[in-house]
Design a protein around this ligand. Sequence first.
Ligand code: SIN
Length: 191
Amino acid sequence: MSANTIAENKQRAVFDGADSLWLFGYGSLIFKADFPFLESKPATIAGWTRRFWQGSHDHRGTHAAPGRVATLIPEDGALCHGLAYHITPDVFDHLDYREKNGYLRFTTELTFRDDVSADGLVYIATEQNTAFLGPAPERDIAHYIQHKEGPSGRNADYLKDLAAALRALGADDPHVFEIEEHLLALERARS
Ligand code: SIN
């Protein structure tokens, strides 16, 4: 599968004429909402875990030196914490462009803090996309991302902004927080 998912996502228009729908954000969509939304609130989705396993050529790296950003990996019993946005379908033109480097729209069930559930969409970069980088130890990921940079900024800032946003949500994510610890140690060692 090509890393550019814009055309494929247009075929995955699963909102069937709805006036509005829920989008689940778990990576940069948590801390960088550059699109209009009606409402946002914390939510979880079951069976998925956040991992820095996706390559970024267009945001936090380049084709020559891709960054590493978040995607979701299926895992039995896992619960992924994120932020849900209530949006209108016209926002998908912008979102499909922003998430074009390997992410596909999937339907998912979101659960809010009051235990109410709703169907929604989530962008996931599966291991079939050509930008997928796959697993690596957290320490190696910190080393890898520390000097990467792309049009949207430093890869290290993506990680730190996400970690800060997860803390603000009260969400524990050992994978993200461990990469952050290694990254901060690397930065302290350099200064
Ligand atoms: C998301 O945030 O939900 C998708 C991945 C990203 O854009 O970082």
